[in-house]
Structure formats: structure tokens, C-alpha cells
Design a protein around this ligand. Sequence first.
Ligand SMILES: [Fe+2]
Ligand SMILES: [Fe+2]
Length: 243
Amino acid sequence: MGAGGFAKWTRRFEEERELRRGRGDPDWGRGAVLHPAVWASVQRFQVGEDGDGANLVGKADQAGDADYAQVVRLFVAEEQNHARLLALLLGAGGVPTLAGHWSDTVFVRLRRLMGLRLELLVLMIAEVVALRYYRALRDGVADPLTSEVAARILSDEERHVPFHCERLHVSLAELPRPVRRPVMALWRLLLFAVTLVVVVDHGPALRRLGLGRLRFLADVLVSADAVVSAVLAPRPDAWSGGR
Ligand SMILES: [Fe+2]
Ligand SMILES: [Fe+2]
């Protein structure tokens, strides 16, 4: 399959946008109560969600697939909505948002230097980590508002990962066959390193959420294998969800 199969993704993202509009926001007035370690972790993820969408949109436009460029706009809007939801959740708990962490600034600068393929590989690392994180947050807190926000974000992330798999499949197919598998092996290694940093950084929060660091790491690697298979597979929609 070549480029140009992305119209179906536009439909899926638009359907979700309509559902979101119809459903409205969670009831922020309920307030939210979490352990300080979990709040600190949510603060960090909130900054991460508020990424550099314009940069990705520009590269998608240059890629010359109008359907894909359109879905990327819908994707960026969803990520911005995640940042907004998490900011409002923090507000409901009386916790301030962070101004931004140096690591995010470095990340954004690095991404600007990359082409679409590399950009998506880096973005996919964040998405795969997010997948496990929001599941842990949804299932690990007693606070209903936090659990609802995490569930909403998680359901978006579960669509984002196969969407990126499909585009990465196209991007990897532009490379000579012998380098495709090594590129993905390198990606998996980088994901492993990033996840190590995340489990150290967010270890106390994960423990509060009832998830050991090793469990988190192992689960992320299972998803990573599913991503690698889907990207390298002859059929890019082969992503199984890693479960
Ligand atoms: Fe997100
Ligand atoms: Fe995402």
C-alpha cells in the first residue's frame, strides 16, 4: 500500500471530534484529589502533551499527501485537547501547571531538525509511553474525575498509535529494505532508554498507581513489539494493540 490511504483516518478522527463536542467536558466542579507524587507526574505529562503541532503540520504538508496532512491537523488538535484537559484537571485539584521543562524545549528543538520520518519515530516513543501511562492513571486512582480524564485521553492514544504506524509504514517503505529492520531496532532501543528515564522520574507516582517500574517497562516493550511488527508488516493496519 502506498501513500493515499488516509481518508479513512480523517473520517475516524472527525467522528471522534463530533462525539467529543456532543459529550462536552467532564464536570470540573467535582474537584480532584490525588497523592502529591501523582499530581507531580500529571504536571509533567501536561507539559509533554502541549507539543509543537505546527512543526508536524508543516512537515505533513511537505510530504505531499493531502489526506494525510488533513488527518495530522485533527491529530494535533487532539493532542492540544489532551494538554487542555490535563490543565483543567490540575486546576480542579488546585495544582498549577508547569511553565515547561528544559527537556521538552530540547525535544522541540531537536524535532525541528528532523524530517517527517524521524519526527514520527520520536513522536511514536512518546505515544507508546503515553499509552501505558494513561491506562495506569485511569485504573490506578480512586479519584473519578482523574480516571475519566485519563480514560478519554487513553482512547485517543489508542487511535494515534495505529495511525502513526500506518504512516511510518509508508515512510519506512521509502528506505532500502535491508535498513528498515535495523531502523526499527534502533527505535526500540531508544524507546527502552526513554522509558527507563520515565520510570525513574515517575517511579513514586507509578507506585501510587499500583504499578511497579519493571511492569511498566515490560508492558511498554510489548506495545513496542506490536508497533515494530505493524510498521514492518506488509499490511500496516496489522497493529494488534500489544495485548
Ligand atoms: Fe496525547
Ligand atoms: Fe497521542
